[in-house]
Every structure is written in C-alpha cells, then in structure tokens.
Design a protein around this ligand. Sequence first.
Ligand code: CMP
Length: 137
Amino acid sequence: TIEETLVLIKPDGVARNLTGEILGRIEAKGYQLVDLRMVQPSRELLAQHYAEHEGKPFYEPLIEFMESGPVVAARVAGHRVIEGFRSLAGTTDPTTAAPGTIRGDLGRDWGLKVQQNLVHGSDSPETAARELALWFG
Ligand code: CMP
C-alpha cells in the first residue's frame, strides 16, 4: 500500500546544511517527494504538532528549539514509508542511533534539554494524516 508521511528537517538540520543530504537519502531509498516547503513555524503550529508531548519535561525546550529557525517540511510517499522513514531516521537519541541512519551518522547529543535530532517522521497513518494537514493544509 502506498502511504504518505510527514518528514520535517528540524532547525539543526537546516542550519547545518544537511537538507540536501537528508532529502537525498529519502530519494535514494526510492521514496517520492510529493511536496516540499520551507517554513518558519509558529508557536501555534508547533503546539498542535506536539500536543501529545505537552507537560513533558522536554516540551518547552522542544517548542523553543523548533521555532529557532526554518524547518523543511516534506510530503513523502511510498510503500510502507511511515515505518520506512523512521527506520532511515534511526532512534530518537543520536548518540545511540544506529550508524547508517540519519541520526546515527549525522546527529549528535549537544547536552541540551531537548534532543536536536535533525528530523521528524510521523509514527502512524493517523498521525501522518493529522500532521500533513497541519503542515500542508
Ligand atoms: P520528534 O520525533 O520530533 O518528537 C518529539 C521530540 O522531542 C523528539 O523528536 C526529540 O526531538 C524530543 N525528545 C523526545 N524524547 C526526548 C527526551 N527524552 N529528552 C529530550 N528530548 C526528547
């Protein structure tokens, strides 16, 4: 089944000039870039995007980090792309993310209150639909 997922290149990825490298890995895997935009996200958009994390200790630092600079949002399509992109991205903590993954190869732990881990990918079909509507309308 062809799925669609929302991929975000977070402000650390854009600032470190890794946009091309990250999009290249998505394309090289065989997934299709259906839509692409660079956004300066508002606090309102981020609060909606991260509603499930409200109240967690990293919530405020996460919102501040995400609004610290432009983000690249991509609508990406492919067979099982939701699971597949999360596999390409690697686990949340860049220190222990497997080498070969985006976070494992390119990410590092900066010792901050929030993991600046380069990318976000939707975690289920329901989340993907909700997040794509938020970022692409
Ligand atoms: P993301 O997949 O965008 O979803 C929530 C984000 O919060 C996550 O990526 C990380 O950037 C951050 N995050 C999740 N868990 C933690 C944690 N335990 N400590 C710090 N940051 C976290």
